[in-house]
Design a protein around this ligand. Sequence first.
Ligand SMILES: [Zn+2]
Length: 86
Amino acid sequence: MTAVDRNNTQTCHAVGCDVVVPYGRLLCLRHWRMLPASLHSKVNRAYRRWLGDKLDHDRIEVLRAVQKEAIAAVARAEGLPAEVVG
Ligand SMILES: [Zn+2]
């Protein structure tokens, strides 16, 4: 689902979405646009912070939590059931 291939791309992390995006991009454009601006900046901030030190455990945890929040927000926006959102 989110495997990185040889072309340095991966698929969108939204539930059930197979759109190919560049590696490092969490969501495809359609799903990214479903998020409020506040979540955009939250995701970008956490991602940039993680890039500063990819081995920092705290930064990894923060990034994962924010990404999970974004994926859940997209699922809710699409009306998916709560058990899918996790
Ligand atoms: Zn998508």
